[in-house]
Design a protein around this ligand. Structure first.
Ligand code: NAP
Length: 228
């Protein structure tokens, strides 16, 4: 049984990832910034709620102190929490996007590394996006070519790069970024369509539970590696 933490797990891909990890018998910390929503979501799947706002250093520190006190180690970290805002692009919007999608990965990963080092098989999956892949957005044959949310794309490029750098710095761990596939969640509701959230979450879980021969230092979707 692995000990897993999923950030932003009260709804969407994060919740489904936590649910499937529970279904597989793992001990799951369901991270959510809102205590009420988080507690309810955790109760639905038998997970442990942990208050965790990825933009708040104190919240991140308290969350990992709680996991350290109770379990003393972490096997799986899923950096899932993310935002995509629409509307007038300005400094505050950009700061919010980068604070959650990129700096949040730094806060949470730095806090998680000491606990992951106590695992015999530590893994990190960052739910990034191919919207942040230079290869995809410059390739006219890819759907990302037509995406125009610059702040979201740039913050996800940063999330992917951070994940790659963490993989290089921690060769004993499996650390990868995933594009979960275009998925029907609150984030994409305005556009419509998208595949079922359980399909995206299964791809995240497969990577998070890969065996010792699993990849590290990659950006991938469920079909394999993607270009940077
Ligand atoms: P979603 O339904 O909007 O869920 C986002 C989750 O992130 C919510 O639980 C939200 O919590 C949480 N969150 C936001 N800011 C947070 C913060 N500061 N601290 C902690 N949690 C925070 O979106 P989703 O589609 O499931 O997205 C999950 C991840 O997949 C994101 O990183 C997204 O960029 C990525 N992704 C999604 C798609 C897609 O097609 N859906 C494609 C590529 C990548 P609240 O309920 O408190 O707001």
């Amino acid at each position: 049984m692995d000990i897993a933490l999923v950030t932003g797990a009260n709804r969407g891909i994060g919740f489904e990832t936590a649910r499937i990890l529970r279904e597989l018998g793992h001990l799951v910390y369901l991270g959510a910034r809102d205590a009420e929503r988080g507690r309810q979501a955790a109760a639905r799947i038998g997970a442990r709620f942990v208050q965790l706002d990825v933009t708040d250093d104190g919240s991140v520190a308290r969350a990992f102190a709680q996991i350290a006190d109770v379990d003393g180690r972490l096997d799986i970290l899923v950096n899932n929490a993310g935002v995509q805002e629409f509307g007038t692009v300005d400094g505050p919007l950009a700061l919010r996007g980068f604070d959650t999608n990129a700096v949040g990965v730094v806060r949470v990963t730095e806090a998680a590394l000491p606990l992951l080092r106590r695992s015999s098989s530590p893994r990190i999956v960052t739910v990034s996006s191919s919207a942040g892949s230079f290869w995809a957005v410059t390739n006219p044959d890819r759907p990302e070519y037509n995406l125009t949310n610059a702040v979201y794309a740039a913050s996800k490029a940063a999330a992917t790069m951070l994940t790659l750098q963490y993989a290089k710095a921690n060769p004993g761990m499996q650390i990868n970024a995933i594009e979960p596939g275009y998925t029907a969640t609150d984030m994409t509701a305005a556009f419509g369509g998208g595949r079922p959230v359980a399909d995206a979450a299964r791809a995240v879980v497969r990577l998070a539970t890969a065996g010792p021969d699993g990849p590290t230092g990659t950006l991938r979707d469920e079909s394999g590696e993607l270009g940077w």
